[in-house]
Design a protein around this ligand. Structure first.
Ligand SMILES: *Cc1c(COP(=O)(O)O)cnc(C)c1O
Length: 233
């Protein structure tokens, strides 16, 4: 088996352990392979061993890859979305994890209407308040979700977060459990058209902890493909 295949097997094993440990069903957790800067050949290897969600950060890069590799897998946008890229995003992605302000949601809705799409989205939440981070700040998610829920073509499926960077995965745990708590509270509001099924959280350093805290999609790049080479693009 290829190195990428072995890495994916290892990651799946850790996901299974974490699910077991926390009494969750393995089928409730999906693995996304994060492929920014990763070349097509290595992405194909991941797909061959059964990865069925590919996560990309940049619309342009994703557009090229999707046109080449096709839609036999789901393509998700996880990077910050600029309003002027919304028209491509609605056509390219099966889910957009990074909706964090009304302006971009309105633009997505407008573009989706024009192209006759419906778009699944997650609301990205910034739980640490760090200014360098994308995401609507904490409780602000509730008002944003009320507003976005009124946009006809957008279907809110849950929440996404990126905790601050820590050496110790355990340090990320409070952020993951906070996202789950926020998800539960929003679900209780029973907002029309809002489904709080998905929690997109956990990356190479901390995905096992995220699974223990309820992640339904973990976004893993380096544990599958190795360190990224940003000079190669
Ligand atoms: C790059 C990235 C990931 C993957 O990070 P790794 O540390 O390589 O697993 C996950 N989520 C987002 C939003 C990213 O930008």
């Amino acid at each position: 088996m290829s190195v990428i295949g072995k890495n994916i097997e290892k990651v799946r094993g850790k996901i299974a352990d974490a699910a077991g440990k926390s009494g969750r069903s393995l089928s409730d957790v999906r693995l996304m392979a994060v492929t920014k800067t990763v070349d097509d050949e290595r992405i194909m290897e991941a797909i061959e061993v059964g990865v069925d969600i590919i996560g990309e950060n940049y619309v342009q890069e994703a557009k090229r890859k999707i046109e080449k590799m096709g839609k036999n897998v789901e393509w998700h946008l996880i990077g910050h979305l600029q309003t002027n890229k919304a028209k491509y995003a609605v056509r390219l992605f099966d889910m957009i994890h990074s909706v964090d302000r009304l302006g971009v949601a309105v633009e997505l809705d407008k573009r989706a209407k024009l192209s006759g799409n419906f778009v699944k989205i997650l609301i990205e939440v910034n739980l640490s308040g760090e200014e360098s981070k994308s995401g609507v700040i904490g409780e602000g998610a509730i008002d944003l979700i009320r507003d976005v829920s009124l946009l006809e073509t957008l279907s809110i499926k849950g929440l996404m977060t990126m905790p601050p960077w820590f050496d110790e995965p355990e340090d990320a745990r409070p952020f993951f459990s906070a996202l789950r708590g926020l998800r539960d509270r929003i679900a209780e509001e029973n907002i029309d058209g809002v489904h709080m099924d998905e929690l997109s959280m956990g990356m190479t350093g901390d995905y096992a902890v995220a699974v223990e805290e309820g992640a339904t999609i973990v976004r893993v790049g380096r544990a599958i493909f190795g360190e990224r080479d940003y000079t190669m693009k």
